[in-house]
Design a protein around this ligand. Sequence first.
Ligand code: PRP
Length: 209
Amino acid sequence: MANVSQIEHSLLSHHMTRIRDVKSDTLVFRQSIQVIGELLAYETLRTLDTKSEPIHTPLAAHDGRSVCERVALVPILRAGLALVDPFIRMLPHASVLHLGMYRDEKTTTPVWYYNKLDEDLTDITAFVLDPMLATGGSLIAAIDELKSRGAGRIRVASIIAAPEGIDAVTGAHPDVEINVCEVDSHLNDAAFIVPGLGDAGDRYFGTAQ
Ligand code: PRP
């Protein structure tokens, strides 16, 4: 799939099984999401631009390198919040710009309730964080909003995606790269990912389903 990268790692397989398992409680779910988030951050941030940074080690001069992109993490509330800490552990200087939207249960279209994006995003690289890519409606709305404020470099980090959602996002925004841990079979009649893991926000925050 163009612009879609999947991660392969034994630890990822292990923790993906933990978050999918209906028997996993909130504690196990949170612990495994954090490990998955770090593996996802490691891969998604792999190609950040770096610049030369000459330094001295205790023994000699050395031509080092440092990350030179201005990065903004853009979590889609609520479930996207689960990915913020693992990404910040990899990139402590990143800004965090929150977007709040939930999916209407009947129409499956996103409903906005919060937007903390800067007005001008022209010189930042935005990483949109959302564990679940189902129909793609939420991500498309988020990317539309980022582009309307000038963001030119946008990437998506997601844990589980449905093929239908990937097609929708890459169709609407072919320039946006998607990093995903696993791609599932399909969406069911309620637009839930199958086999999926259920409702990521409810399982991460321990709220009633
Ligand atoms: C879920 C999920 C995504 C969205 C995916 O959020 O976290 O944001 O649905 O669906 P889509 O690709 O069809 O748009 P939800 O509406 O359950 O809100 P929550 O994170 O607050 O639980």
